[in-house]
Design a protein around this ligand. Structure first.
Ligand code: AMP
Ligand code: GLY
Length: 419
């Protein structure tokens, strides 16, 4: 079969790498893809955010399955349009993608269905913001309602900072995405990302991974898309995974179905695990980047039947996958300045692939006019390795990072160090 993969980051290189290991797949086309994906199939220069052009591409390529990596096209209804054309697609409808594209929607869904999350209020005026802030204790959490590329969350240490942040957001800091704010109580505990598949009816747990959101060592610096990840996560053992499924994921899938917007695809729960159990921080409606890199490395089963089963409503008849017992850690190499302004076109020197259990996934790379590999984004590479423990896997990934020539690049040196 032929698969059309939408996206061109580290997550998509990892997905394409795993998809091409499937005996079912004969051809992979990526839009827009990256130099890593070029080694696995054809890349066509169509933006992952241009829904009309993606629909035209899908009609032309006639794939047996479309797999959507990033969130923007999901929120804009790519899946709805492909389904109307009878093209099988892995990912949620626009109505179901609201779990990610509207934090207010998700909070209200949680309230209606008793899904544990932080106490919150949705506000559109400073007066309402101040009234609710006065009912909370510091630190205060303020979030833009809409998609803000992972930057729409402020944790304010005191009331003055909270009021100033609310004012900035309501004044249009994130455009329409911050005309509505969600203000919520601060939750204490350990964070984890948990992934589950659904075809709208059945739910299948995958595994947990942990991201590193801050740019610098010691969780300092600004929030990024994610600077590294590992799996397994010690605080999500089998018992906790079952609680997460029973208390959060399964009720959410049931609620979405009941409310007439069945969720298909991968549900990614950002969780806070506290003394009173797991609570939802937020949902994403796609694989995490870079969590996906460690997930697909640990997945021993064929990924493609799982993706197809979600697309075709056959998840209940599909066997649960097997996972590698080894730990896996990924280290993101980024361009200096990321997540702020950074240079593109920085030259990259990759060693020959060779080491078993290590993968160099491309994220923001491209080939220059002379065919040399150069950087093309903030997050440039995701170096992913197995090990006997998270720390051992990290050591293996770091050994590979040291072999890579990347002047003008940086990476965190403490991925997985907390374990
Ligand atoms: P989000 O973009 O919603 O994942 O938020 C970014 C980060 O802010 C999360 O990974 C948490 O570290 C933190 N965060 C968000 N909401 C809360 C909350 N209610 N309590 C504590 N930390 C939070
Ligand atoms: N790494 C977090 C995300 O993909 O949203």
């Amino acid at each position: 079969m032929k698969v059309l993969l939408i996206g061109g980051g580290g997550r998509e290189h990892a997905l394409g790498w795993k998809i091409m290991q499937s005996p079912l797949v004969t051809e992979l086309v990526s839009a827009p893809g990256n130099p890593g994906l070029t080694t696995l199939g054809r890349c066509v220069s169509v933006s992952a955010e241009n829904v009309a052009a993606l629909v035209r591409l899908a009609i032309k390529e006639a794939p047996d399955l479309v797999v959507v990596g990033p969130e923007v096209a999901l929120a804009e209804g790519l899946v709805d349009q492909l389904q109307a054309l009878n093209i099988a697609v892995f990912g949620p409808s626009a109505a179901a993608a609201q779990l990610e594209s509207s934090k207010a929607f998700t909070k209200e869904l949680c309230a209606r269905h008793n899904i544990p999350t932080a106490r919150h209020r949705t506000v559109q005026t400073m007066a309402d913001a101040k009234v609710f802030l006065r009912t909370l204790a510091a630190p205060f959490v303020l979030k833009a309602d809409g998609l803000a590329a992972g930057k729409g969350v402020v944790i304010a240490q005191d009331m003055d900072e909270a009021v100033a942040a609310a004012q900035d957001m309501l004044d249009g800091q994130f455009g329409a995405a911050s005309q509505t704010l969600v203000i919520e109580e601060f939750m204490h505990g350990l964070e984890a990302s948990f992934f589950a598949l659904s075809d709208g009816e059945a739910v299948m747990p995958l595994i947990a991974a942990q991201d590193h959101k801050r740019a610098f060592d010691g969780d300092l610096g600004p929030n990024t898309g994610g600077m590294g990840a590992f799996s397994p996560v010690p605080h999500v053992d089998e018992f906790m995974a079952k609680r997460i499924m029973d208390e959060i994921i399964i009720p959410t899938i049931a609620a979405m179905r009941e409310e007439g917007r069945p969720f298909t695809g991968v549900l990614f729960a950002g969780l806070m695990i506290g003394t009173d159990g797991p609570k939802l921080i937020e949902y994403n409606v796609r694989f995490g980047d870079p969590e996906c890199q460690v997930l697909v490395m640990r997945l021993q089963s064929d990924l493609v039947p799982l993706l197809l089963a979600c697309a075709n409503g056959k998840l209940a008849q599909t066997l649960a996958p097997d996972w590698d017992k080894q730990a896996c850690t990924t280290v993101v190499m980024a361009a200096k300045g990321y997540p702020g302004a950074y240079k593109k076109g920085l030259s990259l020197g990759l060693p020959e692939p060779g080491t078993d259990g290590v993968q160099m996934f491309h994220a923001g790379t491209t080939l220059d006019e002379d065919g040399n590999l150069v950087s093309a984004g903030g997050r440039v590479l995701a170096i992913t390795a197995f090990g006997t423990s998270v720390g051992d896997a990290a050591a293996n990934a770091y050994r590979q990072c040291e072999q890579i020539e990347f002047d003008g690049g940086f990476y965190r040196k403490d991925i997985g160090a907390k374990v």
